[in-house]
Design a protein around this ligand. Sequence first.
Ligand code: ADP
Ligand code: TRP
Length: 341
Amino acid sequence: MKNKRILSGIQPSGTLHIGNYFGAIRQFLNLQVENECYYFIANYHALTTISDPKILAENSRQVALDYLALGLNPEKAALFMQSDVPEVTELAWILSTVTSMGLLERAHSYKDKTARGILPSHGLFAYPVLMAADILIYDSDLVPVGKDQKQHLEMTRDIAIRFNNIYGEILTVPEPMILSDVAVVPGIDGQKMSKSYDNTLEIFLEYKPLKKKVMRIVTDSKSLEESKDPEASTIIDLYKLFATPVELNDMKKNFLSGEYGYGHAKKELLDKMFSYFEDARNKRNELQNNLDYIEEVLQEGAKKARKRSSEVMERVRQAVGIIRPEIVLQKMFEEKLLLKK
Ligand code: ADP
Ligand code: TRP
C-alpha cells in the first residue's frame, strides 16, 4: 500500500539548472519510492506566458526527457501532459463558480507577472483556479512545491473548502509541502540561482561551456598563497552538493592552509559536478533518440491519471447537478429491468 497521493505540476519553462534539481526534482524523485505520485507538465498553464507553439511543444517534451533522464521511474510515478486530461478545464470552470473575485485579486503571482510585462489575460488571472483543479481532480493528499507557490496552495484549499461547504464533502483538501525549506542553491554570482538572474549552472551543459561558467564563480581577490575562508565561499557551497563529507573536509582544509587557489577549487567542483550527472547525461542522450518511448510514457501516465480524474469528475458532476445523458439513459434502463423482475 502506497503512503500518500502526491501531485505536482512542472512548468515547461526551459533548461533546468542545479537549483531546480536540489531544490525540487530530487525531492520529487525521492517521493516516488513510497508514494503514489502524479507529476504533470503544466502546458495549459504555460499558455499564459508562452505564445509560440513550437517553443511550447519543444519545452514540454524537454521536461519529460529531463525528468526521465534524472531518474523519474514511470513504473512508480505517472508522468503526463496536463492537456491529456482535458476534464481539468471542466473542473476549473465548475470551481470558478465558487471562487470569489476577491480571492483571485489578492494573488501575488498575478501582480508580479503583470508587473513584469506579461499580458494581464483572463487566463493569467484565473491561473490559480486551474491549478486548484489540477490538484483536486486527483484527490491529492500532498503537493510538493516551491515557496513561490504557497499562496496558490492556500487558494486551492480555500476553493475546495468553499465547494465542500456548498455541495458536501466531495473534494479532498490537500496539504502543502514547501520544498524551498530544503536547500537554496547559490548561483555563480553568490545570489540564489535562478534563470531570471543569469547565474545558473545547467544540469546537462557540456563540459566546455560548463567550465566557462564555473570559472566565472565570484570570489574575493585573495592570492594563491593566502589562507581563505571556507565558510564564505560559493565554491564550497556548491561543492557540498556533490562531494562526500571527506572530500568536502579536504577542500575546506586546503582553503585554510593556503597555496591552494580558487582556480584549483573551481576545477575540482567542475569535475565533481560533471561526473555527478554523467549517468543522467548518458540516459538523456539515449532517450533523445527514442522519442517514441517518451510518448509511450506520457500516454501511460495520462491513462493512469484519467482513471482517477474520471472518478472525481463523476462525483463533482453528480454533486453540482450536471448529469451526463448516457448516465440518465443507463439509470432508466436499469430501473426498467428492475421493474420487469
Ligand atoms: P527559477 O528561479 O530558475 O525560475 P523556478 O521558479 O522555475 O526556477 O523553480 C522551479 C523549482 O525549483 C521550484 O520548486 C523552486 O523552489 C526550485 N528552485 C529554483 N531555484 C532554486 C534554488 N536556487 N535553490 C533551491 N531550489 C530552487
Ligand atoms: N504553478 C506551478 C508553477 O509555476 C505549476 C503548477 C501548475 C502546479 N499546476 C500545479 C504545481 C498543481 C503544483 C500543483 O511552478
